[in-house]
Design a protein. Structure first.
Length: 133
């Protein structure tokens, strides 16, 4: 609905992102954030072989527009919601990790809440180790 009627929306509305406050939000101070993404563009090159990464780079070059074709949702704590939304909108190296099922599962607690801070700190640690090698 939003993308079809986006010309009628204020300029600062993100049609590729939404947030949901549900019954659980009141009790545990969490929110569901969702964001659309391109399943091709947001693949994690760290999980690919060298040959797969080379093919993926060629595919990405062929698909310059990178049209969004999927949605991903995360339950996060209120205090992490703004940071998470910003990371999703202003894509950086860490953003790709947010679309990796394995990475997100690793930092999602038994309560179903994604630990953004722990995930980001682990990512920074991975980058530091990689840079030192």
């Amino acid at each position: 609905f939003l993308t079809e009627n986006s010309s009628d929306l204020p300029a600062d509305i993100e049609t590729c992102q939404y947030a949901i406050l549900d019954d659980r939000s009141v009790g545990d101070n969490t929110i569901i954030l969702a964001h659309s993404y391109s399943s091709l563009q947001m693949r994690d090159a760290d999980t690919m072989t060298e040959e797969e990464a080379e093919q993926w780079m060629r595919d990405c070059e062929d698909d310059e527009e990178g049209e969004d074709d999927g949605w991903r949702a995360w339950r996060v704590r209120f205090e992490d919601a703004e940071k998470m939304a910003t990371m999703l909108c202003f894509e950086g190296d860490f953003t790709v990790k947010l679309y990796s099922k394995e990475f997100v599962e690793r930092y999602t607690g038994e309560d179903g809440v994604f630990g953004l801070r722990d995930a980001y700190n682990a990512y920074i640690g991975m980058e530091t180790v990689r840079d030192e090698l």
